[in-house]
Ligand binder design. Structure first.
Ligand SMILES: NC(=O)c1ccc[n+]([C@@H]2O[C@H](COP(=O)([O-])OP(=O)(O)OC[C@H]3O[C@@H](n4cnc5c(N)ncnc54)[C@H](O)[C@@H]3O)[C@@H](O)[C@H]2O)c1
Length: 362
């Protein structure tokens, strides 16, 4: 267990890089050492804002600050994930723990490789799967731990972006969103991470994807609607519905997740706001957090990563790990496979096993 704050560099100073840097500045477990962006203006502006030096390449960061403990990668890229691999691998090669933004990668082979290398080197690789770091998620874990849900029966997740059918967003022809699976790859990592966090591994996936007429007419390539049916390892079933600005969400708002079991059911609404718990013959119990800003998930998630690294938890106990992020990408690629084969059932690729750390066997 380390006593001094963990030394952190943030790579990629877009909006999310600023959010992460702010979290490190505010957290007693970390010290923000420097920021980095290939774009000099962005790096310099962030450096001035946070009062730390600017760098313009990861290798310069690693060379100038060999004392760093954590490299936080907040780059983006095609499908919001293609620029994660290179900086993550540079950091792992230098023996640094890494927190990367989601999706871990838009390329399943790169995602597998990052997880493999981190495991091989015994380093922590975390991913910012922040949607289950909230007050309602804490309450949900408490209900499960107190056996108030019972045997899992079904799970449902409905999450995406509110919008209108006549003005679809992101149809800009030059946008890097102009790829068929950009919404699926960039975004579904979140609901899948929540569904797996509470419901366990998924063994079977069947998917349909589409886009509404307005997107078709404007030659928007992105498949913005996903309807995904699944079976969990524990035998229960699940359903995930996502859409990117084609309609307005009804009950539960932009983010809802419901888990039902033989003893009770909970539903989280708007991610951070509210949890309702139902059980037979009782009035529903409502936990209203008073929080409406989804941004509240970032400091909680980042603090959890800092705690896990500080405490030196066994790698398999790292919360929202790279392996957890890989699981969500395996599900997304299975969903794409299913869609491309007309709705066939696909079994996602198995995750790499944990082999354990021989140094802790007495
Ligand atoms: N977890 C969440 O809730 C959440 C929400 C929104 C976005 N995101 C994710 O956060 C990431 C960043 O999003 P954003 O909107 O800030 O992106 P952005 O494109 O605005 O910023 C990324 C920055 O990274 C820089 N960059 C790219 N490659 C680099 C490299 N090798 N070295 C140094 N700098 C490099 C770019 O110049 C750019 O300034 C994305 O992966 C996105 O999916 C997560």
């Amino acid at each position: 267990m380390s006593n001094s704050p963990l030394k952190v560099a943030v790579i990629g100073m877009g909006g999310i890089g600023h959010t992460h840097a702010n979290c490190y500045k505010e957290d007693a477990l970390s010290e923000l050492v420097c920021v980095c962006d290939l774009n000099k203006t962005k790096a310099d502006e962030a450096a001035e804002k946070f009062g730390v030096p600017a760098f313009y390449a990861v290798k310069e960061v690693l060379h100038a600050h060999p004392e760093l403990d954590i490299i936080d990668v907040t780059t983006s890229g095609f499908e919001n994930g293609s620029w994660h691999y290179e900086p993550v691998m540079q950091a792992l090669d230098a023996g640094k723990h890494v927190l990367t933004e989601k999706p871990i990668s838009n390329d399943i082979h790169e995602a597998r490789e990052m997880v493999r290398v981190a495991a091989h080197k015994g380093l922590y690789l975390g991913c910012n799967l922040n949607h289950f770091f909230s007050g309602p998620a804490d309450k949900a874990r408490e209900l499960i731990a107190d056996d108030k849900i019972g045997e899992q029966v079904y799970a449902m997740s409905k999450v995406g972006f509110n919008g209108s059918a006549i003005t679809p967003s992101m149809v800009d022809k030059d946008s890097r969103w102009q790829m068929p699976y950009s919404h699926a790859k960039a975004f579904l990592t979140h609901p899948f991470s929540v569904m797996r966090h509470f419901g366990g591994n998924v063994t079977h996936i069947q998917a349909f994807m589409d886009k509404p007429g307005a997107r078709r007419q404007s030659s928007d390539l992105m498949l913005s609607i996903q309807s995904i049916h699944m079976r969990f390892e524990n035998g229960s079933v699940g359903y995930l519905l996502s859409q990117r600005g084609d309609a307005h969400f009804g009950l539960g708002g932009w983010w809802s997740y419901e888990l039902a079991g033989t003893k009770g059911t909970f539903c989280i609404e708007n991610c951070v706001e509210k949890l309702t718990y139902w059980t037979k013959d009782k009035e529903p119990e409502i936990t209203d957090t008073g929080v409406t800003d989804f941004g509240a998930t970032f400091p909680i998630r980042i603090h959890a990563f800092l705690e896990d690294v500080t405490n030196g938890v066994p790698r398999e106990h790292l919360r929202a790990s790279g392996r957890d992020a890989l699981a969500t990408m395996e599900y997304i690629f299975a969903a794409i496979d299913s869609y491309e084969s007309g709705g066939q059932i696909v079994r996602p690729n198995a995750l790499p096993p944990y082999h354990g750390d021989v140094s802790i066997i007495h």
